[in-house]
Write a protein that binds this ligand. Structure first.
Ligand code: DLL
Length: 440
């Protein structure tokens, strides 16, 4: 292996987080060469794909050479279901995780003991960047199981030296009780479920601002800057963006720093990011928006070469850390709705909903087709504080939101303001879009 990692993370910033760009690049080149060779020698898919593209691991002299290698897609992973992409004997795989597989075969990923150690360390690094410290109490409400959120956060918090409360998702009344009784410093949960927890606080007549939470690491789904403000104000805490995907490792691919909150630092000593044009696959320079690609640099069981995430973002230079930042992912290319020719992401509607004091961030977008034209209905709840005025405000609030979506995004929508509690609550990743269009 090209690195030695221990599970125990340091309480301080690691030197590599502040290393010079030259040092980071030198480490990346060494690790990239190892990864390409490891993938080529041990995974039939990569050997075939590299040979077909006429490239070989020995060709790589600099990071730029990577762009000549073929990309990897989710379909490639599905075709190797379940263990065909593993680069080590199955007996060295100490854990598997998998995507939910709602649209076909699940994607299975594997970890060696060293991979778990790296992941724990990067999650500890993320927690520290978000303001976590050893001895903090960490309440984990990401789901445990095949989803990487719960166990990924759990091992990271333990590695940092925290006291972990492994609650998992659901049973919201109990979540609130445990937050009151155990007084955690940190919560790790999807932003949409955090809003459900806030509602439960209020239902029990409790002020969320009075609770012990100091910071939260939120991710696993797109969330807007407006949602950040909403959570920070509701709980009087920091809301930090944490990003990752199971194929690459799970949570802990990148994370914001509490001191700047200006984008997510990619942990570049383990993952090499690129941006490509989502339509053509052509490489784009830093500063331009496009689809994020990742190449793992140290993973043993499941090396991933130029994986197309479908997540849209932009790379920019480091600030609080020397490692490059990625913009908040506010949409995936698959989530983009095209309504009568205009592109729209659910998060754009979320921003506008949160800008209206009468509306709650509980919403659903229903897409349908009527008379050959796509239609978009926004279903959004009234804020509990305005529930008594619901009959008077539902029409004006609906009219105003439709007007703002038209003028800011350029799409004509119909808006239905509905009573509190109408929109289904999520315990994990929220489902924001229901597409009722007939399949062609
Ligand atoms: O969601 C891993 C994770 C768990 C990340 C907990 C952060 C916190 P998957 O289930 O494989 O893994 O889903 C990965 O979720 O490609 C993005 O589209 C989306 N996603 C994850 N984090 C963020 C984020 C986990 N901070 C997919 N902002 C990714 C926006 C995110 N989207």
């Amino acid at each position: 292996m090209v690195m030695t990692e221990t599970v125990t993370a340091s309480a301080e910033i690691e030197p590599i987080e502040q290393a010079s760009r030259d040092e980071i690049s030198a480490l990346q080149v060494a690790r990239l060469k190892w990864t390409l060779r490891h993938a080529y020698d041990n995974v039939a898919h990569y050997r075939r794909a590299f040979d077909a593209a006429g490239v070989h691991p020995d060709d790589v002299k600099s990071l730029d050479d990577l762009s000549r290698f073929p990309t990897t897609t989710k379909d490639d992973l599905r075709e190797s279901y379940p263990f065909g992409m593993f680069a080590v004997p199955r007996t060295q795989v100490v854990r598997v995780h998998a995507s939910s597989g709602t649209t076909g075969r699940p994607t299975v990923v594997g970890y060696t003991r060293a991979d778990i150690a790296v992941w724990s360390r990067l999650m500890a690094r993320s927690l520290r960047a978000g303001g976590g410290r050893p001895n903090d109490i960490v309440h984990i409400a990401y789901g445990y199981g095949l989803f990487t959120g719960g166990l990924g956060a759990h091992y990271g918090a333990e590695a940092l030296g925290c006291t972990v409360v492994p609650v998992s998702g659901g049973q919201t009344e109990r979540q609130v009780r445990l937050i009151r009784d155990f007084r955690p410093d940190i919560i790790m949960v999807t932003p949409s479920y955090m809003l459900v927890i806030a509602e439960e606080f209020r239902r029990q007549g409790l002020d969320p601002r009075a609770c012990s939470l100091r910071t939260g690491l939120f991710g696993a789904e797109p969330w807007s800057e407006a949602m950040r403000r909403e959570i920070e104000e509701t709980f009087d805490m920091h809301a930090i963006d944490l990003y990752g995907l199971s194929e690459v490792i799970g949570p802990g691919v990148s994370c914001e720093c509490v001191e700047t909150k200006d984008g997510l630092h990619v942990w570049e000593d383990h993952f090499y990011p690129e941006i490509v044009d989502p339509a053509t696959g052509e490489s784009l320079p830093d500063g331009q928006r496009g689809e994020l690609l990742f190449t793992t640099l140290t993973k043993e069981a499941f090396p991933l070469i130029r994986y197309r995430t479908r997540d849209l973002s932009r790379l920019s230079p480091g600030t609080a850390r020397t490692m490059r930042r990625m913009d908040k992912v506010t949409g995936r290319s698959d989530d983009m709705l095209i309504i009568r020719g205009v592109n729209l992401f659910p998060s754009q509607v979320e921003e506008l909903i949160l800008a209206d004091d009468r509306l709650a961030p509980q919403y659903l977008l229903e897409v349908d087709r009527r008379d050959h034209l796509d239609t978009l209905d926004v279903v959004v709840e009234v804020k509990p504080a305005h529930a008594a005025d619901y009959d008077q405000l539902r029409e004006p609030a609906a009219r105003d939101l439709a007007h703002h979506v038209k003028s800011m995004v350029g799409v004509t929508v119909s808006v239905r303001v509905v009573p509190v509690g109408t929109v289904e609550r999520s315990m994990g990743k929220a489902r924001r879009v229901i597409d009722k269009r007939p399949r062609d």
